[in-house]
Each structure stands twice: as structure tokens, then as C-alpha cells.
Design a protein around this ligand. Sequence first.
Ligand SMILES: Nc1ncnc2c1ncn2[C@@H]1O[C@H](COP(=O)(O)OP(=O)(O)OP(=O)(O)O)[C@@H](O)[C@H]1O
Length: 228
Amino acid sequence: MSEVAPILSLRGVTRQFQSGEETLHILRSANLELYPGEIVALVAPSGTGKSTLLHIAGLLEPPQDGDVVIAGQKAHHLSDTGRTALRRDEIGFVYQFHHLLAEFTALENVVLPQLIAGVALRAAEERAKELLTRFGLAHRLNALPGKLSGGEQQRTAIARALANRPRLLLADEPTGNLDVHTSDVVFDELLRMVRHEGVAALIATHNDALAARMDHTVTLRDGQIVPF
Ligand SMILES: Nc1ncnc2c1ncn2[C@@H]1O[C@H](COP(=O)(O)OP(=O)(O)OP(=O)(O)O)[C@@H](O)[C@H]1O
């Protein structure tokens, strides 16, 4: 039997920014391996590079050095189109703010990424209903985002991120915009859903109690990804 391969590998990933005269060494040859179904918390102080790391892992920006490997494919060997397809097919993103399309209903927001990926309308609607129902939103399918509560908006955004059955979920403070109680509930639902779907997840949070619910925690120290 072959060994299980990581769904995400970061190898020697380096990213620096120029701030006036100063060079900020945010990632210094950082390494990480995330295996299928593994749920890892990324907890580090503000400004240490969590969002930068998630952007690079999600192929939204390239590192200055090093490799990002998603599902066995080296991102820098791919064309722009290839990277876009890999991102669309394998990666779901959840941000602190939901970024739902305001003029589309909750259902349509979860259907749309599937249509873009080539899924037929009826199958996309089935999948969207299944996900939204699992998030307790069966009665809100036709609501516009502006009519949803903050928790409902974020549940819809999570359903959208999972719609195309990604093998990797990247989340940046996914409940950071919600009140403490709602954050707690939505976070539990997110984890339950990620486990149910067998998705590997890297989730940045400032909240140690939320981090403790994941499989393990890493942090950023001197530009390296290390166990917390
Ligand atoms: N495009 C950019 N140009 C210059 N500096 C940047 C750029 N993007 C990020 N930085 C700097 O890099 C550092 C890391 O930023 P990043 O947003 O990754 O941190 P973070 O850990 O996610 O912070 P927070 O928890 O506050 O969201 C910060 O000092 C930030 O100012």
C-alpha cells in the first residue's frame, strides 16, 4: 500500500515585504505538511504573517522562494490557468468577512462556484441545499445575504467554500467577526462539517479555546512554522 501523501506541502517558503528602509522577513524558509482530513490551527500574534501564509498556501500569491505543493502538484510548475483550476477544484476559502454576493440568494451563492466548476445546475442546487440544510439554513435558502444574520452569513460562506468538495480548506479568522456565542456555535459547526466531509483544514484564529478543538496547533516564530 502506498503512503498517504500530504494534500498541502510548503517547502522552504520565503516571503518578505519592504516597509520603507526596513525589510520584513515574514516567512523564512517555512515548512508545513498537511495530510488529508487533518485539522490544524494556526495561532500567532497579529502581524506575524498568518494571512500571508494562507494566501501563499491558497495560491493567491507566489512565495519569493520555495515550493507550494497542492495534491501532489507543484504550483510554480503550473500555468496561471492550471493554478486557477487547482485552486477552484481543491481549495475552499473562508475569510473573516463573508464576501457573499449581495444580489444573489444564499442558495445561489453556494450554487455559483459549482456552475463555474462545470457542475450541472440541478446537481449544484442539490449540493447547495444539502450543505445549507446541514448548517441549519434550510428555511433561508432564498434570502439575500443582507437579510441574514452575521452567523447565517458566515455559515453560508462556509457552505460556499465546501461546495466543490475541496480537499483543503483555508480559513482566516472564520468567526472573528461574530459575537462570542455565535462564534462558538458556528466554529463547532465548521469543524463538524469539515470532519464530516473529510477535508484537511488550516485555520488561523486568535482564540486559544477554538484552537484547542482542532487536531493540533502550529504557530509562526521567526518566520518558521513550528508546533505551538
Ligand atoms: N503587501 C504588503 N506590503 C507590505 N507589507 C505587508 C504586505 N502584506 C503584509 N505586510 C506586512 O507583513 C506582516 C504580516 O502580515 P499578515 O497580514 O500576514 O499578518 P497576520 O498575522 O495575518 O496579522 P493579523 O492577525 O493582524 O491579521 C505585517 O507586518 C504586514 O504589515
